[in-house]
Design a protein around this ligand. Structure first.
Ligand code: DGL
Length: 272
C-alpha cells in the first residue's frame, strides 16, 4: 500500500458544540459517500455562543486532539462560533487540512436584490474579529443587519424543531430583520439549518435563505482531492458519533436529526 493510499483510507473528523454540525455532516455524507466520518458533539459545553474565546479555543483543541488521535486525515470545524475564534490556532498546531466555516457574507451580498442582508448567528460569532473582517472584505455595498439568537441552539439540542417554543424564538429574532426588509437571510450557525422549514414558513417564499454546509463539504472535497487523499469511491463510508454530554438524551435527538438510530458513544473527560 502506498503512503497516499494509507492517508486516503483514514477517516474525516467533524466537531461542533453539539448536534448542529450534523447539518454539515449530512452534506459531507452526500458529497463523499465513500468516506468514513467521525463526529463529536461537545454537548457538555453547548452553547459555545456565549462562552469566552479562550474557553472555546481550549475545547476546540481538545476535540481536534481527540480526532487526530483516532487518525483522521482532516478535521471539519462544523461550527461558525468555534471557527471564528479557534481555527487559526488549530491550523498552527496541526498540519492536516482543518476546514472551517463562516457566515456566507460574500454569496449573500451577490444574491441580494435590494441590498439588504440579514445574518442570524451566535453572539460569539457576531462579536468576533473574524466576522468584522468578513464584513469589511465582502459586504460591499450591501447593508448587513445582524441578529444574535440566544436560546435557539438549546432548542435544536433538545429536538424542538417545529413546536411553539422554537417558533416564538424565531418570530422574535426574525422580526428586526424583516422590519429592515432583508431579502436575503444568512444562517450563520449550523444548528439553525434544522430550523429551515420553520424559518421558511415565517419568512415566506420571497426571502432567500443562505446556508453554508454544502460549500464546506465542497471545500473539504477540494482539499482532499488536491492532497490525493480522497477514498476510493467503490465503498460505502461509515459514521461514528461521540458526545461529551449525556449519551442517552443525545441519542434520541441524534436519531431525530440524522435518522437510522446510530450508536452515540460517551466521550470521557480524559479523552475529550
Ligand atoms: N453550531 C454552532 C455554530 O455554528 C455553535 C452554536 C453554539 O454552541 O452556540 O455557531
Amino acid at each position: 500500500m502506498t503512503p497516499a493510499t494509507l492517508a486516503a483510507n483514514r477517516p474525516i473528523g467533524v466537531f461542533d458544540s453539539g448536534l448542529g454540525g450534523l447539518s454539515v455532516l449530512r452534506e459531507i455524507r452526500t458529497l463523499l459517500p465513500a468516506e468514513d466520518l467521525l463526529y463529536v458533539a461537545d454537548a457538555a459545553h453547548v452553547p459555545y455562543g456565549n462562552r469566552s474565546p479562550a474557553q472555546i479555543r481550549a475545547r476546540a483543541e481538545v476535540l481536534t486532539g481527540f480526532l487526530v488521535g483516532r487518525g483522521v486525515k482532516s478535521v471539519v470545524v462544523a461550527c461558525n462560533t468555534a471557527t471564528a475564534v479557534a481555527v487559526t490556532d488549530l491550523r498552527a498546531r496541526w498540519s492536516i487540512p482543518i476546514i472551517g466555516m463562516e457566515p456566507a457574507i460574500k454569496p449573500a451580498a451577490a444574491l441580494t436584490r435590494n441590498g439588504i442582508v440579514g445574518v442570524l448567528a451566535t453572539e460569539g460569532t457576531l462579536a468576533s474579529a473574524r466576522f468584522a473582517g468578513l464584513l469589511e472584505q465582502y459586504a460591499g455595498r450591501a447593508r448587513v443587519v445582524t441578529q444574535p439568537c440566544p436560546g435557539l441552539v438549546a432548542a435544536v439540542e433538545a429536538g424542538h424543531l417545529d413546536g411553539e417554543h422554537a417558533r416564538a424564538l424565531l418570530r422574535r429574532y426574525l422580526r428586526p430583520l424583516q422590519e429592515a426588509r432583508a431579502d436575503t437571510m444568512i444562517l450563520g450557525c449550523t444548528h439553525y439549518s434544522f430550523l429551515v422549514p420553520l424559518i421558511r414558513e415565517l419568512l415566506g417564499p420571497d426571502v432567500a435563505i443562505v446556508d453554508t454546509g454544502y460549500a464546506v463539504a465542497r471545500q473539504l472535497q477540494r482539499r482532499l482531492h488536491d492532497g490525493a487523499a480522497l477514498c476510493a469511491p467503490a465503498r460505502s463510508g461509515t459514521e461514528h458519533f461521540w458526545t461529551t454530554g449525556d449519551a442517552v438524551t443525545g441519542a434520541s435527538v441524534l436519531n431525530r436529526l440524522w435518522g437510522g438510530a446510530p450508536a452515540l458513544q460517551a466521550l470521557r473527560p480524559g479523552e475529550g
